[in-house]
Design a protein around this ligand. Structure first.
Ligand SMILES: Nc1ncnc2c1ncn2[C@@H]1O[C@H](COP(=O)(O)OP(=O)(O)OP(=O)(O)O)[C@@H](O)[C@H]1O
Ligand code: SF4
Ligand SMILES: [Mg+2]
Length: 322
């Protein structure tokens, strides 16, 4: 097992809203290893995006990180200033957003936008940048890249726009890519094409990636390990094959048992009884799955949960794992 590239511990995030404080993340922890593709899965509202955005300082002003520490090459991302984070973003860790069209600037050509990312981190003569932009477009298999350099986002299909998003994210050869639902909204064939090239590009660069997705089939196909989130808590993490063969947290088991063989989005699955608790509640139980769980005992309500190691690579946050 290689050393973690990034470890996240005890990450809690709140949002102050007019209708109360949203306790969005509760002591989230996980590791990303060098060269791996880690999946983060969970229902809508479970905290997947907030987790990714916290790491890059992209949370909005209503958010407050109330606890947590990270280790990324000896640095704590949660304690870096905006200047250091701006410098790190794109060069060491980059992010691919869900909607490629809105993530791209509509009034700059795709070549200019990839060039902007390169120039920001590594100023070079225009000719050298152009060569690198062409290489970035080839890496994501954009046909006829010389011609596409001058194209604007509205002239390209959704799949092509997402390839540009990936090219921008990879342009400075980061160590880690965070991809937040990168293929939502694309048709199934295009999804597979985009994720195949995402995986190939990461392998070529020796980078690691976090794939945030609702789609368990995609997660199982592309990821090495999965982190399962429920209502702002990490409930289980394990290698994909182990998690599918023997889920140990009651929520993971329910999630997987509701998956037909041709899986779709988690939110479209046969619903799991009960809904996510309202994260504005002041009386949230220590285990946020308790109100949906048939195995709940007094022990579950007595104290905050800590993740238990079931195998070197398999952790679960539950008093009564399966
Ligand atoms: N700006 C915000 N203000 C208030 N609450 C927020 C804000 N952003 C996120 N939240 C809350 O934080 C929780 C986690 O949200 P998050 O967007 O991380 O979920 P998610 O797992 O990414 O869901 P989805 O699958 O729908 O993208 C939710 O309860 C959400 O309502
Ligand atoms: S800690 Fe208790 S309530 Fe929570 S999932 Fe485990 S058994 Fe259920
Ligand atoms: Mg999200």
């Amino acid at each position: 097992m290689s050393d973690p590239l990034l470890s996240v511990q005890d990450l809690s995030v709140e949002f102050r809203t007019r209708s109360g404080t949203v306790h969005a993340l509760d002591r989230v922890g996980f590791e990303i290893r060098a060269g791996e593709m880690l999946g983060i899965v969970g229902e809508s509202g479970s905290g997947k995006s907030v987790t990714a955005y916290s790491l890059l300082g992209l949370l909005d002003r209503a958010a407050r990180v109330t606890s947590g520490r990270t280790d990324f090459g000896g640095r704590d991302l949660l304690r870096l200033g905006q200047g250091a984070l701006n410098d790190l973003r794109g060069r060491e860790i980059s992010i691919v957003f869900q909607n490629p069209r809105t993530a791209l600037n509509p009034i700059r050509s795709v070549g200019q936008q990839i060039g902007d990312v390169l120039a920001r981190h590594d100023p070079a003569p225009a000719g050298a940048i152009r060569t690198k932009v062409l290489a970035a477009l080839r890496q994501v298999r954009i046909p006829d890249p010389e011609r596409r350099l001058g194209a604007y986002p509205h002239e390209l299909s959704g799949g092509m726009c997402q390839r540009i998003g990936i090219a921008m994210a990879l342009a400075c050869s980061p160590l880690l890519l965070l991809a937040d639902e990168p293929t939502t909204g694309l048709d199934v064939t295009t999804q597979a094409v985009v994720l195949d090239l995402f995986r190939d590009a990461i392998r070529e660069q020796g980078a690691s990636a976090v794939l945030i997705t609702h789609d368990l089939a995609l997660a199982s196909e592309y990821c090495d390990r999965l982190v399962v989130m429920h209502a702002g808590q990490v409930v289980e993490d394990a290698p994909v094959t182990e998690l599918f063969a023997r889920p140990r947290h009651p929520y993971t088991a329910k999630l997987l048992s509701s998956v037909p063989s041709s899986v779709a989005s988690i939110d479209e699955l046969r619903p799991i009884e009960g809904s996510l608790p309202d994260l504005r509640r002041a009386d949230l139980p220590f285990c946020r799955f308790a109100e949906r769980c048939g195995r709940r005992t007094a022990a579950c309500d007595a104290a905050p949960l800590a993740a238990t190691t079931l195998a070197p690579d398999h952790h679960v946050a539950c008093h009564h794992p399966l």
